[in-house]
Write a new protein. Structure first.
Length: 204
């Protein structure tokens, strides 16, 4: 879509927008389906979806439990200070430029205990496409940022304050081919969550 076509389309939408305020419906509050231990519930839910949760590594190596994955990767794109990587996401100008990323490391805004989901915005991803084009996704998550369910998640301001927000629940998967579950068919092949509080860089 050209810039002129986009501007004309948006102008037409604005002209035809119904007058008055049209607030979104209130998000209902449902009783939690998980116990008070949100970390345990999140871990179990993500495991069911093909992902995994690991603890932060020792001092000086917070990503120690995914070190084997990082050491085997040729291209690591990192959007976190805990690991530098060798692909500068801030220098990427075209989404296609991250199609060779072996491992992407990002921090989730929060997690959802009931579903094992994590939320990213454009601030965390830097390049939105990296969450889909990378082979493997390593996600840093503060255990204190795990909310109980989707309804609690939607009550947070993260959605309204972001231009782009997406919930990921485990790696990509499909069972359309002869009923066999295949991970990585349309996106990342694995998703690993590292439980690491914000500001805890585990330096020696």
């Amino acid at each position: 879509m050209s810039a002129g076509t986009r501007a004309a389309t948006l102008a037409a939408i604005r002209r035809n927008r119904p007058a008055g305020d049209h607030p979104l419906p209130q998000v209902p509050v449902f009783a939690p389906l998980v116990a008070d231990d949100h970390v345990a519930a999140f871990t179990e839910a993500l495991k069911r979806m093909g992902g995994r949760v690991v603890e932060a590594g020792p001092a000086g190596d917070p990503l120690g439990h995914v070190r084997e994955r990082l050491d085997a990767a040729k291209v690591v794109a990192s959007a976190v200070p805990e690991h530098a990587g060798n692909r500068d996401l801030s220098a990427v100008t075209r989404p296609q430029a991250v199609d060779d990323v072996d491992v992407a490391i990002v921090r989730a805004r929060f997690g959802i205990a009931e579903t094992g989901s994590v939320l990213f915005t454009e601030a965390e991803l830097v390049v939105n496409a990296v969450a889909y084009l990378a082979q493997h996704l390593v996600v840093l998550l503060d255990p204190a940022d795990i909310v109980v369910n989707v309804q609690a998640a939607y009550k947070r301001p993260d959605f309204a304050g972001a231009a782009y927000a997406v919930l990921h629940t485990g790696p990509s998967a499909t069972a359309d081919i002869e009923g066999v579950l295949i991970h990585g068919a349309q996106g990342v092949r694995s998703l690993t969550v590292v439980l690491l509080p914000r500001g805890d860089v585990r330096t020696a």
